[in-house]
Design a protein around this ligand. Sequence first.
Ligand SMILES: [Zn+2]
Length: 267
Amino acid sequence: MEPLKLPNSLLKRMEFHSETCEIHGIQKMTYQGQAVCPRCEVEEDTKKLERDITEEYYIQEQKRQYNIFYKQSIVSDQSVLEADIHKLTAQDGEDRKNLNTAFEVLKAYKKGNVFNLVFQGVQGVGKSYTSYALLRELNESRKLSCLYISVDEMVRLIKDSFSNKESRYTEQYFVDLCSRVDFLTLDDLGAETGAMDSGKRASDFIHRVLYGITNARQNKSTITTTNLRSEDLYNMYDKKIISRLFRKPKFIIYKETKDKRINQMPF
Ligand SMILES: [Zn+2]
């Protein structure tokens, strides 16, 4: 083992001690009245530095993960940004039941259970709002990364990237981002085809993106909100995509709840 080189200024202030370090087999030194092994000291300092760096990395990583939700989510209806699960109130029987389910789901997700969640019902009953509130609460645990994506907006941005080469919002960008996070909400699935009642199939690139995302998320929880019936979704998309989103799902279905925004049934 090479002799440890200590600065002369330090050596001048230190004297050899009669004890030998059991680990390094070198003579200890007297420092501030104590017998210390210089090698042990250096090693301890290095370990401490490594611990500090690891801790700092962990803090930064946690911050980065926490910020994904606020910086990279794509929201079409800005009003959901205010959504807070603790401020949600239920109006009637079905609403109350759905809110209870949302809380059960939240508890299960926090425990680490992995399953999909599907919000189904007509427009304006609070599907987006509740799912955003749920994600926000999960994100506040600061242990799980969350992302909320309005499918409609995502599709618009990807379409734009076809002609705008400067855009970061490519197919690959969304596939990577949506695949990485612990929890993903795909909001308003089906609305992006712009032909809800005509039975029109989704475009090829939408298929590619959703296929990539659902393929990568097979062992993660994905939340989907939709105005469409399952049957319509199966007609609109590749069956594999929908079966993945609907695999082992918990459903929150609004059949009776009326549109909370315009206070009348849209159809
Ligand atoms: Zn030592």
